[in-house]
Design a protein around this ligand. Structure first.
Ligand code: NAD
Ligand code: UGA
Length: 321
């Protein structure tokens, strides 16, 4: 495979994937419309390294409206990461945005993909499709019981992909990422908020009792799984894989870990639980280890330290502006 289209290229995970593919010598087209879900300026900074590379092209446009004719010319693999993230903000009036950005965009891209001889369509799905995994690690055969409109929109996107794989022959891989963290993490996610609060000398906000548990995955591990999925020989027309970090923590323990990495004693403010927030996520990684050769390498302690280091550099450079 030589040329890859990455959608959501300016986002947290997409920008790391772009950097990694360029490093490996791929030609990369990155597509993004810089939504205002969080600062578009932060997204532009995410792409600064890639924009200096010759083998990178930025396609600035909205997948919902963009004329996709020609966009896939010469493209052998698509990594479709564009979407509206955020579990807790997906209720109420924002629901149509989740349908547009997660479901309709996916269908439009697949329609274009089904016209050419695409080698692989890789989708950034989510642990949110399972809902809470209270009984231990969940495998890809686990029931899909999303607890939020966001999770439901990711189930719907997976269904659309299954449809185009079966009926229109688009060879597809569904990667179910579990709570991803590391440098460039979205600012509303837990770890980003905890680091920012502690560095500012403010209390961290814990939603609920802090005993909810997350399988957490370092972004470089997620990127390795995504590259492996682009390169792997397909086992079936559509195949799903869990992408977890092989490590879990409660939210309360995560706060203490961040405090330790920064060298401060965090103060916590307990807030009411938020709808859609699942009690536990836990990935069974057997299939992704066996079929993708996936092996998460970064421990939670190392990963948290990396994100703290990055946040400190960001704060210093933003303070200079
Ligand atoms: P992100 O918000 O940083 O990146 C998504 C990018 O998609 C943004 O840059 C946004 O501008 C772009 N985008 C959104 N709608 C678009 C459209 N219509 N046209 C073009 N560009 C559009 O989010 P992220 O955390 O990097 O997540 C990337 C993908 O992975 C998402 O699909 C998300 O649902 C999925 N995911 C993320 C996590 C996580 O923990 N971060 C876990 C599971 C799944
Ligand atoms: C994350 C991503 O945000 C989703 O895009 C992704 O699809 C999902 O993972 C997934 O794995 O599928 P979430 O697990 O809610 O969703 O990640 P965080 O935002 O980092 O929250 C983790 C936990 O911390 C949640 O229980 C949340 O309620 C809690 N939290 C978050 C707080 O207690 N305080 C905060 O300030 C922020």
């Amino acid at each position: 495979m030589n040329k890859v289209l990455v959608t959501g290229a300016a986002g947290f995970i997409g920008s790391h994937l772009v950097d990694r593919l360029l490093e490996a010598g791929y030609e990369v087209a990155g597509l993004d419309c810089f939504t205002d879900y969080y600062s578009p300026g932060a997204k532009r900074r995410n792409l600064s390294r890639a924009l200096a590379r010759e083998r990178f092209t930025l396609i600035e446009g909205d997948l919902l409206h963009l004329d996709l004719d020609g966009t896939l010319d010469g493209v052998e693999g698509v990594a479709h990461l564009a979407g509206e993230p955020g579990v807790r903000s997906s209720w109420g009036e924002r629901f149509p945005t989740y349908l547009e950005r997660n479901v309709q965009t996916t269908q439009r891209l697949l329609e274009a993909a089904s016209r050419g001889g695409l080698g692989r369509f890789v989708y950034a799905s989510s642990s949110s499709i399972y809902g809470s995994s209270d009984g231990g690690p969940v495998s890809e055969a686990g029931a899909l019981r999303p607890a939020s409109p966001y999770g439901m929109s990711k189930v719907a996107a997976e269904e659309v992909i299954g449809l185009y794989a079966r009926e229109r022959g688009v060879p597809s891989t569904l990667l179910r990422y579990f709570t991803v963290y590391g440098p460039r993490q979205r600012p509303e996610m837990a770890l980003s908020r905890f680091i920012s609060a502690i560095l500012s000398g403010e209390p961290v906000e814990i939603f609920g009792d802090g005993e909810q548990a997350r399988e957490m995955t370092y972004v470089a591990d997620v990127v390795e799984a995504t590259v492996a999925a682009l390169e792997a020989e397909p086992k079936e027309r559509v195949r799903a894989y869990n992408v977890g970090g092989g490590t879990r923590t409660t939210v309360g323990s995560l706060v203490n870990l961040v405090g330790g990495a920064i060298g401060e004693r965090p103060e916590a403010r307990y807030c009411p639980p938020v709808p859609g927030d699942v009690r536990s996520t836990w990935a069974d990684l057997e299939r992704s280890r066996r079929e993708l050769g996936y092996n998460p390498r970064v421990s939670l302690e190392e990963g948290v330290e990396e994100q703290v280091r990055w946040a400190l550099v960001e704060r210093r450079s933003l303070a200079r502006v």
